[in-house]
Design a protein around this ligand. Sequence first.
Ligand code: PAF
Length: 285
Amino acid sequence: MPRPSSPPVAHTLKTLDRTLTRFRAAGETVALVPTMGALHAGHLTLVKRAKRKAKRVVVSIFVNPTQFAPNEDFSSYPRTLNDDVAALSELGVDLVWAPSPEVMYPDGFATRVVPEGPALAGLEDAFRPHFFAGVATVVSKLFGQVRPDFAMFGEKDFQQLAVVTRMAADLDLRVKIVPVPIVREKDGLARSSRNVYLSQEERARAPALHRTLQACAKKIAGRRPIAATLAAGRKGLEAEGFAVDYLEARHAETLAPITSRRDGPIRLLVAAKIGTTRLIDNLAV
Ligand code: PAF
C-alpha cells in the first residue's frame, strides 16, 4: 500500500495537465526524471539532483515498447509501480506520470523521431539498432507532455545522454538536459540493475571495467598513443574474462572517433560481457 506521503500518480493527459497548469500558474520550474520504473539507487540520485534544480519534480514511469526489439525482454521487463511510488515518497517528488501504452501510443500513432549523429556512433546502436529511435520518440513525447524546464539523464547511458542532448537542441525543445554523474560502488563498479545478475566470482572481477577505463584515461592524458592504449586495455579485460564489445575513445559530445587529444574532449566508453551479463561504463579523460 502506498504511504500517505506518496506522490500523486497521473495516468491521463488531463490529470497531468491539471497539475502542471497549477505549477506553471505559480511560476514554478519543473524538472522531469524519465524512467521505465523498477527504480534503484541510480534513479533516486537523478531525483535528488532534480530536487536541487527545480521547484517541482515529475518522475515519468513508462516501459516504452518502441525501444525494445522483438527478441528483447519487453513483456518480462519488471513493472513495479506501487513499489516505485513508495520509493519516491521519501524524496519529495511532486507528481508521477505513468501513462498506459494506449495513452502514449493511441490508435493511429504514426510518427517516429529517428536521431542521427551520436545515435549512429557505432557503439550501443551497433548492438541495438532500433533502440535510439524508440528512446528519441518517447523522450520527445514526454517533453511535449510535461514541458519541463530541466530533464535529468544519467551519464551511465552516455550515448543516450548524447542523443537526447542533440535532439533537444536540434528540435528546439526548450529543455535543459542535465547530465548526472555515474553512481559507483566502493570498488568502482558502476551501479546498474544488471549487477544483481553477477555471480559472486563475476562480481569480484567486474570492477576491472572501471579500473581499465581509469588506466586508459591516465595514459591518454599523459600523451600515450590512443589506439595502442585502448588495444592494451582491451587485452587486459579479455585476460580478466570479459568478452569486449567495444572499448573506444570518442568525442564527448558528438561521439565521433578520436585519434588525437587535439580532436576534442575525450570520453572513453566500454561495453563488455562477463558471463552472460553485459555491462557498460564510461569515463572522461
Ligand atoms: O533510460 C531509460 O530508462 C529509458 O531509455 C528512458 C530515457 C526512460 C526512455 O524510455
